[in-house]
Design a protein around this ligand. Structure first.
Ligand code: AQP
Length: 340
C-alpha cells in the first residue's frame, strides 16, 4: 500500500469492527473488503472491538453472538486466520491498559470536539457512559498497541484517526522518544461512505432503528431484493452524466453502491443506465448485490454454525496479538517510569 512509512516503524495494519448488531453493506464496502488485499503485503491484525461495543448496553448473549458473527464475516469475506491475527479485543487486556495511559495523555478539549460522541450521545449527553466519551482513546490504544502504521477505515472514522495521531505525537513529545508512529488512515475504494437506503444524507448504520435503511451482510437474497425495491428514490430517471447526481443523494448512493459491487466507476454505471428509470435500475442493482453478497452470506452461515472452531481461531489470534502487544506496553511503562 502507499501509506508513507517512517524509517522506524515496520508496516503494520490494525482495524476493528464493533460487534454491536448486524454488519451492513457499509461495513463491508467501507472496511472489511479492503482488509483482504493488505494481508499479502503487511502484518495485519483485525479485531472485533467488543470493549467498544459495551460503551452502550449490550445483551450478553447477543454480544457473544455478534462477536462470532463479525469473525464469520471477516473469514467469509476472505480474511485468512493464518495470515492475519483475528481476535476479539477483550482477550488482549493490554488494549485497556494502554487506553488508561492515553486517557492521561488526551485532553478534554480534544474529546469534546468528537462529532461521533455528539451524534451517539444525542440530546441526553449527561446520561451517556463515560466509556462512550472516552471511546477515541481506547481506539487510539487499539491501534498504537501494535504501532500500526495504517488503519483501513470508512470515512466516518477519519476524525478518530486524527485524534490517534494527536495522542501519538503528544506522547512522543512529552516523553521525548519516538515510541509511536503517526498512523495513516487508509480510506480505500469508492464506497468510503455508504448511505442509508431510507435517507441518502445519513450514513448506513447497524444501529439505525429501521432495518429497511440497510442491507445486512446476513440478509438472504429475498431480503436484499426487497430492501432495494423499497429504497427511497426521487421520481426522475438517472441522469446522463455523473454531475447530474448532484443534489440527488439517494440516486447518488444507489449508483455508488452499484459501482462498488460491480467493480466499476460511477461514470461507467451512468454510461450503462443514464436516462433509465429506477424501475430498470433497481432490479439490476438487486442482481449485482445478490451475486456479490449471496456467497459471502452462505459462507457466514456455514462458519457460524461451528462456534467452537471460531472461538479457537479467536483465542489463537489473541495469543499472537499479545506477543506483539506486550513488548509495546512494556516499553510504554518503562518510558513512564511505572515499575514492573
Ligand atoms: N456506511 C458506511 N460506509 C462506509 N464505511 C462504513 N463503516 C461503517 N459504516 C459505514 C466502517 O466500518 C468499520 C467498522 O465500523 P464500526 O462497526 O466499528 O462502527 P461504526 O463506524 O460506528 O459503524 P456503524 O455501522 O455505524 O455502527 P454503529 O451503528 O454500531 O455505530 C469502520 O471502519 C467504519 O468506518
Amino acid at each position: 500500500m502507499s501509506e508513507p512509512q517512517s524509517a522506524t516503524f515496520a508496516p503494520r495494519i490494525f482495524s476493528g469492527v464493533q460487534p454491536s448488531g448486524q454488519l451492513t453493506l457499509g461495513n463491508y464496502l467501507g472496511a472489511i473488503r479492503n482488509f483482504v488485499p493488505l494481508q499479502d503485503t503487511h502484518t495485519c491484525l483485525y479485531c472485533m472491538v467488543d470493549l467498544h461495543a459495551i460503551t452502550v448496553w449490550q445483551d450478553p448473549e447477543e454480544l457473544a453472538r455478534a462477536t462470532r458473527h463479525v469473525a464469520a464475516a471477516f473469514i467469509a469475506s476472505g480474511l485468512d486466520s493464518v495470515k492475519s491475527a483475528l481476535f476479539n479485543q477483550s482477550q488482549v487486556a493490554e488494549h485497556a491498559q494502554l487506553a488508561w495511559v492515553f486517557n492521561c495523555v488526551a485532553r478534554l478539549g480534544w474529546l469534546n470536539r468528537m462529532t461521533q460522541f455528539k451524534e451517539k450521545a444525542g440530546k441526553d449527553r449527561e446520561k451517556a457512559s463515560v466509556g462512550l466519551y472516552a471511546y477515541p482513546t481506547l481506539m487510539a490504544a487499539d491501534i498504537l498497541l501494535y504501532k500500526a502504521t495504517g488503519v483501513p477505515v470508512g470515512e466516518d472514522q477519519k476524525q478518530h484517526l486524527e485524534l490517534t495521531r494527536d495522542i501519538a505525537q503528544k506522547f512522543n513529545n512529552d516523553w521525548g522518544k519516538e515510541v509511536f508512529p503517526l498512523t495513516e488512515p487508509l480510506i480505500l475504494g469508492d464506497a468510503t461512505r455508504v448511505m442509508s437506503l431510507r435517507d441518502g444524507t445519513k450514513k448506513m448504520s447497524k444501529s439505525d432503528p429501521s432495518d429497511l435503511s440497510r442491507i445486512n451482510m446476513s440478509d438472504d437474497r429475498d431480503a436484499i431484493a426487497t430492501k432495494i425495491r423499497k429504497a427511497k428514490t426521487d421520481p426522475e430517471p438517472l441522469p446522463e452524466t455523473v454531475d447530474g447526481l448532484e443534489g440527488r443523494p439517494e440516486a447518488d448512493n444507489l449508483v455508488g453502491i452499484y459501482g462498488a459491487l460491480a467493480g466499476i466507476s460511477k461514470d461507467e454505471v451512468i454510461r450503462q443506465f443514464g436516462g433509465q428509470g429506477f424501475g430498470v435500475f433497481k432490479p439490476a442493482l438487486a442482481d449485482v448485490a445478490v451475486e456479490r453478497l449471496g456467497p459471502i452470506r452462505d459462507e457466514m452461515v456455514r462458519i457460524e454454525s461451528d462456534p467452537a472452531s471460531l472461538d479457537a481461531i479467536l483465542r489463537d489470534g489473541a495469543r499472537r496479538a499479545r506477543e506483539m502487544a506486550v513488548p509495546v506496553l512494556d516499553e510504554v511503562y518503562d518510558v513512564l517510569g511505572l515499575v514492573r
